[in-house]
Write a protein that binds this ligand. Structure first.
Ligand code: ZN
Length: 336
């Protein structure tokens, strides 16, 4: 026996190495097979389920009203395979050219749209029947909201995350921009939604989509990170119309369980759009101030929640507790 002269721990290590080497061959072949079958599906995307729509279904859809088309897309998208999505994207460009105005990936905020040519009141059907809104990252708290910050305008929401956390699309839509942005957003994805709004996801560690990819609400766009002008891992999220930012709080409400949809119809005065198109080229360093508490005799989750002016639900989420009654004496709990 060749290994017998080795220390038992070393022997295990060598056996593991051998096993890894033996497995790496077939795994590589498997990965190559999948890659040639579907080139556009980058890793990290949820594998599509279900069946392809028949070609006649696409024909039928050309006659649908905007609202019926959105309902149909909401049913179809999650189950649609990559080739079906590509076909549908090509069809949508023909059926609804209005959805693809200023469709380019050179600029995050195309110069050609102007606020003075927009109607005074802007109306959006944010969610059509059957559509849903899923926050891109459940972030424990809103680190920074929309509004002025240290003399600059912060045009979105910041939520803390760990590098590698999956960031998903807020609503159904088509990826318009997916690349590194030099004005501060770092790896950045912009999704054009069927309601006319666009959403931006900044400072990503990795981008898993490309321009023209149809995405359903909740489908991965990439992994969170700290690229661009950012001092720590977080998601910078924006809602835009025609390149102009609007407060995400107009469509979403921040609740204990994270943001949820606030309204299916949004009507705003165009003065509620940020007057300048520019992006975020400035990021005030911020850190998430976490704080822990050591459980003492007689304390309960609710007494600790009261002490730190937080809620049981937040404590459970922060500490990944499934059962609120189950905390131990001396246990260290994150309270912030
Ligand atoms: Zn930000």
């Amino acid at each position: 026996m060749v290994f017998s002269s080795f220390h038992p721990l070393k022997r295990h290590f060598l056996l593991l190495l051998l096993l890894a080497w033996l497995l790496s061959g077939p795994m590589e072949l498997l990965a190559q097979d999948q890659a040639t079958e579907e080139m556009v599906w980058t890793e990290g995307i949820v594998p599509p389920r279900g069946t392809e729509p028949e070609p006649f279904e696409l024909e039928e859809m050309s006659a649908l009203s905007v609202s019926a088309l959105r309902k149909r897309l909401a049913e179809l998208l999650p189950d649609l395979q990559p080739q079906g999505r590509r076909n549908l994207f090509e069809q949508l460009k023909e059926w609804r050219p209005d959805w693809f105005e200023h469709w380019e990936d050179r600029e995050l905020f195309p110069d050609s749209t102007r606020i003075d040519t927009m109607p005074q009141t802007l109306r959006f059907v944010v969610l059509e029947e059957g559509e849903q809104l899923i926050y891109p990252w459940y972030g424990e708290e809103l680190t920074w909201g929309y509004g002025p910050r240290n003399g600059h305008m912060h045009k979105g929401w910041d939520t803390h995350l760990e590098v590698g956390d999956t960031v998903v699309s807020l609503m159904n839509g088509v990826v318009r921009y997916a690349k590194f942005n030099h004005s501060g957003y770092g790896n950045c994805v912009m999704v054009r939604h069927f309601n006319g709004l666009e959403t931006l996801y900044g400072h990503l560690d990795r981008i898993d989509v490309q321009q023209g990819d149809l995405v359903a609400a909740g489908e991965p766009l990439g992994l969170g990170g700290s690229t661009g002008k950012s001092s720590g891992p977080h998601l910078h999220f924006e809602v835009r119309y025609g390149g102009f930012a609007l407060d995400p709080a107009l469509i979403m409400e921040w609740t204990e369980e994270g943001p949820v949809s606030k309204t299916s119809i949004l009507e705003i005065d165009k003065s509620q759009l940020s007057p300048q198109k520019g992006g975020e080229n400035y990021h005030q360093p911020h850190t998430v101030k976490s704080k822990t508490h050591r459980v003492r005799s007689g304390e309960t989750l609710s007494s600790i929640a009261r002490k730190y002016k937080t809620t049981i639900s937040k404590l459970k989420k922060l500490n990944r507790l499934r059962n609120a009654d189950y905390i131990r004496l001396g246990q260290r709990l994150r309270v912030r």
